[in-house]
Design a protein. Structure first.
Length: 254
């Protein structure tokens, strides 16, 4: 499990959030997201408290607000989908600014998608910002995720950069021969490039697999580092979902 590649989301640090074992953070984020999704959409104040909890964790982890907000751009497709809901969801209609009518159910649905999606993405960004990829894989393994899935994720991380570099070299080769993708006529060349990249990646994968078998690979990767967590660390990690659960229960009762 030696996928020690750094990723662009990770921010090196020595904060209490960084030092928590990865499986504790994974369990905490998953529990937090489940609690957020279980919260009734009408409890608007509850989502504000969830956002405050995440902001507190980000402050402890010393993650700048600009960094966190910039990474939330990944949810733009969900935002676009949510903005369409008030216009396509059937139900009671209300007039907005005397210009158009929107669905009440659509507005609540859009709010539900935006609020819960944004909180989930923000929690995931904080997790990725404080945990290295290699540690995430070790954490998944510690949480008893099926070993095959962990290995697939490990190889994907390992060889993603290799394939990207291969694409870069092929692009340089095309440009050195005077190729420029200006329109539909060049799509054939790009399609052939994609096919060549697939064949090269497949052949490289076969060579890697044969090399692993020759070194004794029998279907499972050796565990180099065994990570553990004590009760104190579990308590720190569980503080976020525990507080969120209290907010969720209040949202259902009030």
């Amino acid at each position: 499990m030696g996928a020690g590649h750094a990723h662009t989301l990770y921010r090196h640090g020595h904060t209490p959030v960084h030092t928590l074992p990865p499986h504790c953070k994974l369990a905490a984020v998953l529990s937090f997201v489940i609690v957020v999704v279980s919260t009734p959409r009408e409890a608007v104040w509850a989502f504000a408290l969830y956002a405050a909890l995440l902001a507190g964790v980000a402050m402890v982890a010393r993650i700048p607000a600009r960094f966190l907000l910039g990474r939330l751009v990944i949810e733009v497709p969900f935002v676009a989908f949510a903005l369409l809901m008030p216009f396509v969801v059937p139900g009671e209609q209300i007039e907005v600014l005397s210009l158009f009518h929107v669905s009440v159910n659509g507005l609540w649905g859009a709010w539900n998608v935006l609020a819960k999606g944004t909180l989930g993405v923000a929690a995931s960004v904080i997790l990725a910002s404080t945990t290295e990829l290699r540690s995430l894989l070790l954490g998944l393994q510690r949480l008893r995720l099926p070993p095959l899935l962990v290995q697939i994720a490990s190889f994907m991380i390992r060889y993603g950069d290799v394939i990207t570099d291969e694409m870069r070299r092929m692009s340089i080769a095309r440009r050195s021969r005077g190729f420029e993708a200006r329109g539909v006529r060049q799509w054939g060349v790009l399609a052939k490039t994609a096919g060549a990249l697939f064949i090269r990646s497949y052949e490289r994968g076969e060579r890697v697999h044969l090399a692993m078998i020759s070194r004794g690979y029998i279907g499972s990767m050796p565990v180099i580092d065994e990570i553990t967590a004590d009760r104190r660390q579990w308590a720190y990690a569980g503080a976020l979902p525990a507080l969120a659960l209290v907010v969720c229960l209040l949202g259902w009762t009030l």
